[in-house]
Ligand binder design. Structure first.
Ligand SMILES: [Zn+2]
Length: 597
């Protein structure tokens, strides 16, 4: 029996977002769109003129930001209308128009930042002294000029831009091979029926409680990678080489330094994460031995790492119950937080249910000057309540930031982006753990928590360590051969997972299936963000008012300072081991609790 998915028009209004809070009507959208396109001309009078005084610079930046604010609304409106029903041609068209609007706008303003950088620190300082309104942009200027040191002459920049296009080919070739060319064939599912193994289904097969299914999926999956092993190692090696080339050419000491400089993150953050996790690998080993015992297997294999070690907990949760539970779980954050959250639930921030053609998954989005919006596909599953808490974390972060920051600082960096969402999930787990008397539910919640630690803190740190080793090697003149890559990856697995798991030879090739490795030194932020969130949650649950205020100040900060400084103000010094250590001690508590059950 299948339940028919409703048409959008059949969904009750109270469960749909009030998208007209963003742009009132399609006609207004068209008007503003035409207006903006006409006004792009304005920037030509500023071009090559930003050195003509502070007032002129101010005027240019204000014009840009004002326009940018409207463009954001037009863009988000068009995309979100399209997401409501992706079969709707009209909004598909609007969404394409908004894409090209962004391209035109970016090109019209592309002169601004290079011209500011070439003004230099001293001129900027004088400008700010003579024109107090420019003070607002002080941090923005600082961030630009800081990176200016690594900008080359216009001729060299032109060459680099061309090389960049060629360098991107390793990542392009990889995704063609990985997403388009690789075919994994058929496997037998739990009902002995032939099913196609695909990239999208691989992890869900590994989660199967039928060991034969996950073993066959694992073997078949890696067969493909192994059959293309030399190609894959050549592509990855060329990607690392290009990272190293750009870092050297731009006068960075290492490619790691270059990658972290985007958000001005000190190298210590990266190395601290790796060393602190390494010092605590016995906790991961303990989790693995708990897993082995719980599954009751004689040998634990790499294909046994994803399957749940507790019975699936199938409690249904209605949307109304989920809202109520989330409100109660987040009450430690204080009256004001809860009031805004209630308002969010009751005034059209959220598009709750699935309808025909609706964009899948869940996200939080929006534009400065209105409230945030949340897209869900709520299906009354227990996990949907976690998705609600998670996305509301993002939404509340945006709400507080937009309410307290000027447009120029209204975004938060990727380094900070997953903190608020994870804090909410953690508060929810803690609340549910306290409430429940059902052992099955307790086990399910602890397992959920342990899996988050394994997947987000340990696994991403292992990835981060792999990237550091491979880039180090190339920087020191060691070519990355297939054998070397496999050895590095094998040793890392043995080190992270410990003696209770068999390091199957297939797993040596896992590096070949991780697309994130083509955006080097990115994944560590999942691990640092997760640790920061667990540290915050711990403080919030200790109910110290000043810590809770500090956390809310973090939510209000946007990008007004560098990410590390924002966290420092909120009481987390990510340059020390403490936040990671705190998170790991929470993991230890969970392991002990689970073991006792
Ligand atoms: Zn998220």
């Amino acid at each position: 029996m299948s339940i028919k998915i409703k048409k959008r028009s059949e969904i009750d209004k109270q469960y749909k977002w009030h998208i007209d809070d963003l742009v009132k009507t399609d006609a207004i959208w068209e008007n503003q769109y035409t207006e903006i396109l006409k006004n792009l001309e304005t920037f030509s009078k500023f071009k090559d003129n930003l050195n003509k005084g502070a007032e002129n610079l101010l005027k240019c930046l204000e014009t840009r930001d004002l326009m940018s604010e409207i463009i954001d609304k037009l863009y988000v409106y068009a995309q979100m209308k399209f997401h409501e029903d992706t079969t709707n041609d009209f909004y598909q068209g609007l969404s394409n128009k908004s894409d090209s609007l962004i391209v035109n706008f970016s090109s019209a303003i592309s002169f601004i930042e290079p011209e500011i950088i070439s003004l230099g620190q001293d001129t900027i300082k004088k400008y700010i002294e003579s024109c107090p309104e420019l003070k607002l942009y002080e941090h923005y200027f600082d961030n630009l000029i800081r990176q200016g040191e690594h900008i080359l002459s216009p001729d060299q920049e032109q060459i680099l831009a061309n090389v960049q296009e060629i360098a991107a080919s390793s990542s392009n070739i990889y995704s063609m091979l990985n997403d388009a060319d690789m075919k994994f064939g058929l496997i037998k599912d739990e009902n002995q029926e032939d099913v196609e193994l695909t990239q999208g289904r691989y992890i869900s097969f590994l989660q199967s409680s039928d060991r034969k299914v996950r073993q066959e999926a694992f073997n078949k999956y890696y067969e493909q990678y192994i059959s293309k092993k030399y190609t894959l190692s050549a592509i990855y090696s060329s990607s690392v080489k290009s990272d190293v080339f750009f870092a050297k050419t731009r006068n960075y000491k290492t490619s790691l330094e270059q990658a972290l400089s985007t958000y001005n993150i000190p190298i210590d953050i990266y190395t601290n994460l790796i060393s602190t996790v390494n010092e605590n690998l016995h906790l991961m080993h303990k989790y693995i031995s708990i897993r082995k015992k719980a599954l009751g297997v004689e040998e634990l294999h790499m294909y046994d790492l994803y399957t749940p070690i507790v019975k699936n907990y199938n409690q249904k949760v209605s949307y109304d119950e989920a809202k109520k539970t989330v409100l109660e779980a987040l009450s430690p954050l204080g009256e004001d937080y809860i009031q805004i959250l209630e308002k969010a639930f009751n005034s059209g921030w959220i598009d709750v249910y699935e309808n025909e053609g609706k964009h899948s998954g869940a996200y939080s989005w929006g534009a400065y000057g209105t409230h945030p919006f949340v897209l869900l596909n709520f299906d009354n599953k227990f996990g949907d309540m976690f998705t609600l808490a998670h996305e509301m974390g993002h939404a509340m972060h945006s709400y507080y930031t937009w309410d307290n920051q000027p447009f120029i600082y209204a975004n938060y960096t990727i380094f900070l982006a997953e903190i608020a969402s994870t804090v909410n999930e953690t508060l929810l787990i803690n609340y549910l753990l306290k409430q429940t008397t059902i052992p099955e539910k307790t086990k399910y919640l602890l397992n959920y928590f342990m899996e988050q630690f394994r997947g987000t803190l340990f696994r991403q740190t292992m990835f981060a360590e792999f990237e550091m080793i491979t880039h180090d090697m190339v920087e020191n003149g060691t070519p990355l051969t297939l054998e070397l890559l496999n050895n590095i990856y094998h040793d890392l697995n043995a080190k992270y997972y410990g003696p209770d798991v068999i390091i199957d030879k297939e797993i040596d090739y896992e590096w070949a299936r991780i697309p994130h490795f083509y955006t080097a030194f990115y994944v560590y932020q999942y691990a640092t963000g997760y640790s920061a969130a667990i540290s915050f949650s711990k403080k919030i649950l200790e109910n110290n008012t000043s810590d809770i205020e500090k956390y809310k100040n973090f939510l209000k900060s946007g990008s007004k300072k560098y990410s590390i400084d924002i966290l420092k103000d909120a009481g987390l010094d990510m340059t020390t081991k403490e936040p990671i250590q705190n998170a790991l001690s929470v993991f230890e508590d969970i392991l002990n609790k689970f073991e006792k059950l």
